[in-house]
Ligand binder design. Structure first.
Ligand code: GSH
Length: 219
């Protein structure tokens, strides 16, 4: 039986980007279904009744929610190509720890940079750069967080790279100046077509962010 794989997503979402990258790395064909988050579709509400959020992967009619859980599901389901999580249990636990760190720290500080101002924005910048510096330590001398090849942590973090330009322009700072190692890592990741073809243009993200700021009076 042919597999039916559908992705419910919204293009600027760094959470959705993870899923697109993972599917591309595994070479899984899928139907992309863009969602309007201001007017949620019956399909999204049916597939993610708890959180009502994208991304949702629908595999043969069954929904899988929460981006980092989806990436792990993809890795376990399409095992025969491009392993994403380490096979060693300790290494796997470490990868999950840093994914959890990214989920808890990076999104919120990034949001503070673009969606607030004054002291809160400054706090966001400090937290954001602090998290990137910590991640640089974790990367160490490795090419990727996954070692010699792109892995779980790389896939989870790379979507944020497409937002760096927006954070930098709005927050008036430079990631490159303070975290050149992370920028080197991101550029290496983008040499991989599964990643570069799955990610939006940072300028388009910035146009989207500026539009959101205007729409919600966040200037
Ligand atoms: N923890 C979730 C976060 C997903 C998320 O925040 N999605 C946002 C878009 S970036 C969303 O669907 N928002 C709609 C809403 O909150 O109503 C994941 O990793 O999948």
């Amino acid at each position: 039986m042919a597999e039916e794989v559908k992705l419910l997503d919204f293009w600027p979402s760094m959470f959705g980007m993870r899923v697109k990258v993972a599917l591309a790395m595994k070479g899984v064909a899928y139907e992309y279904v863009e969602q309007d988050l201001r007017n949620k579709s019956p399909l999204l509400l049916e597939m993610n009744p708890i959180h009502k959020k994208i991304p949702v992967l629908v595999h043969n009619g069954k929904p899988i929610c929460e981006s980092s859980i989806i990436v792990q599901y993809i890795d376990e389901t399409w095992k025969n190509r491009a392993p994403l999580l380490p096979s060693d249990p300790y290494e796997r636990a470490q990868a999950r720890f840093w994914v959890d760190f990214i989920d808890k720290k990076v999104f919120e500080s990034g949001r503070k940079i673009w969606a607030s101002k004054g002291e809160e924005r400054e706090e966001g910048k400090k937290e954001f750069m602090g998290s990137l510096k910590k991640l640089e330590e974790v990367l160490g001398e490795k090419a990727y967080f996954g070692g010699e090849s792109v892995g779980f942590v790389d896939i989870v973090l790379i979507g944020y790279y497409t937002w760096f330009y927006s954070y930098e322009s709005i927050g008036n700072f430079s990631v490159e100046a303070e975290c050149s190692k992370i920028m080197g890592w991101a550029k290496r990741c983008l040499q991989n077509e599964s990643l570069s073809n799955s990610l939006p243009d940072p300028f388009n993200i910035c146009d989207f962010v500026l539009l959101m700021k205007k729409k919600y009076g966040l200037e």
